[in-house]
Design a protein around this ligand. Structure first.
Ligand code: ADP
Length: 488
């Protein structure tokens, strides 16, 4: 392949189970391609339930030694892994852009963001404190300790090929748990590259296992990961239908489940907002990763008094965006991940325009062809359009008009999703009230970018269960154990 890497050892075409780089037992492989030009980058093993079982058993075998390793030692290994990711930031970014499509600057940012979870949980590993509770009787003492939950299964998406893995693997390892990861079929190379660095950092065999598989085999691999009684925790990031399926499957053996599912983020611009700041926030929230993040603004509600002024400012900013292959110079927006993504964007625009929306900018596939799409703005959007109900996952900003605060809040909450929400206002009373009333797990107030390893990431309603990152993130991989000491 033509992709240039300084550290060629990062390009792996084998899966990683029990500290071994291996092929699928069936010998099958599948191709990984570059969404910017369709070129084949590599092939990786197309594993199934048999390979997955071997990975789960390797993880279980590795668990006792790891959980009894002092947290300080576990932290030291994680810290080395973090340093190696940062030392290889440029190569990892190039590999990510090649298989995922996002502009190189965004990939560099994601390597840093992904690595930050390893650094954070390396520190948190040492702080899994328990509790001493005043006893309920004279001769009793109550103590609560935290212990690792056991073998973790992680299933991750393609839109953040490194960060969605480290956000699960780092807290699991920090807590003392081994992990079996099934990365997305579009982006397994980033997963394998960071695993090569984990090996170099000294993560013992069996603790991180990477089971690569194609979309058709995801059903069998996911079935094993959620069905095998050895697995005690399933952590999934991806679409809501698959999340619901995995939750149902995991219920058979009552596993702990964390889900980070779809969003449909409202972005509200009130009439007292700093409009330039709101435009900058929307640009960052909406068009990042070609609109393919679960916290991307999906519905933009603009108060009537500033609707026209905001539309003009947004148009001026969006029309300057540079679309192109992510590996090339000044690109600000790369291609969509695949044809299905392109078709969804087209469908949402067609549906909206058939119901009265007007295309203020873009609206068409880009002249570059393939899955490139023009950055788009729609005006006159209404709640009956598909774009108001479903996550678009593309570079389309539909602008809805509202009159009162209550109307904005009620339209924003009119969704089964509740991951992130954003609003711009300079009135402290309004800020507090709206922040309390929006039904979502995360809120950007006068801010379009909210993700950081130090804060709890996660949603309410059908956007998911549990939180990732922050000091809360470690608890997802631990069980509480209560000790009652009698006869004291
Ligand atoms: P997207 O639409 O973003 O691709 P998916 O939910 O389909 O979202 O994919 C997220 C992850 O879930 C990927 O790793 C994918 O392979 C995996 N996946 C998809 N279907 C299943 C399934 N039936 N069982 C287990 N994993 C699945």
């Amino acid at each position: 392949m033509s992709l240039e890497l300084t550290n060629r050892g990062l390009l792996r075409e084998q899966a990683y189970i029990n500290g071994q780089w291996i092929m699928a037992k069936s010998g099958k492989t599948f191709a990984v391609t570059n969404p910017a030009n369709g070129d084949q980058l590599a092939t990786v093993p197309d594993m199934d339930d048999t390979d997955t079982r071997a990975a789960i058993e390797a993880a279980e075998a590795a668990w006792p030694a790891w959980r009894s390793t002092p947290a300080k030692e576990r932290a030291g290994i994680l810290r080395k892994w973090f340093d190696l990711l940062m030392a290889n930031q440029e190569d990892l970014a190039r590999l990510m852009t090649a298989e995922q499509g996002k502009p190189l600057a965004e990939s560099r940012g994601e390597v840093g963001y992904g690595a930050s979870f390893i650094e954070w949980f390396a520190e948190e590993a040492k702080r899994a404190y328990g509790d001493v509770i005043p006893g309920h009787a004279k001769d009793k003492r109550i103590v609560v300790i935290k212990q690792p939950v056991g073998v973790v299964a992680a299933i991750t998406p393609w839109n953040f090929p490194i960060a969605m893995i480290t956000r699960k693997v780092a807290p699991a390892l920090a807590a003392g748990c081994p992990v079996v990861v099934k990365p997305a079929e579009d982006t397994p190379l980033s997963a394998l590259a960071i695993t090569a660095l984990a090996e170099e950092a000294g993560v013992p065999p069996g603790l991180i296992n990477i089971v690569t598989c194609s979309k058709p085999n995801a059903v069998a691999v996911g079935g094993e990961l959620t069905g095998n009684p050895i697995v005690r925790k399933v952590s999934f990031t991806g679409s809501t239908p698959v999340g619901k399926l995995l939750m149902r499957q995991a219920s058979e053996s009552v596993k702990k489940v964390s889900l980070e599912l779809g969003g449909n983020a409202p972005f509200i611009v009130f009439d007292d907002a700093d409009l330039d700041a709101a435009v900058a926030g929307l640009m960052a929230s909406k068009y990042r990763n070609t609109g393919q993040t679960c916290v991307c603004a999906n519905r933009v509600y603009v108060q009537a008094g500033v609707y026209d002024a905001f539309t003009e400012k947004l148009k001026a900013a969006v029309s300057k965006m540079v679309v192109g292959p992510g590996l090339e110079g000044e690109t600000q927006q790369g291609p969509l991940i695949n044809d299905a993504a392109l078709n969804k964007v087209k469908r949402h625009i067609e549906d909206a325009t058939s119901k009265g929306a007007k295309v203020a900018l873009g609206g068409q596939p880009h002249a570059l062809g393939g899955t490139f799409f023009q950055p788009t703005i729609l005006t006159h959007a209404t709640q009956d359009m598909l774009i108001a109900r479903e996550e678009t996952f593309g570079p389309v900003a539909p602008l809805f008009r509202f009159e009162t605060d209550d109307e904005a809040i009620s339209m924003a909450n009119d969704s089964e999703f509740g991951l992130s929400a954003y609003f711009y206002s300079r009135d402290i009373h309004r800020v507090w009230r709206v922040a309390e009333e929006l039904e979502s797990g995360m809120i950007g107030v006068n801010e379009g970018i909210i993700s950081t390893e130090v804060a709890p990431f996660g949603g309410v309603k059908e956007s998911g269960l549990g939180r990732e990152g922050s000091h809360y993130g470690l608890d997802e991989y631990m069980e509480l154990k209560y000790l009652c000491l009698g006869g004291m």
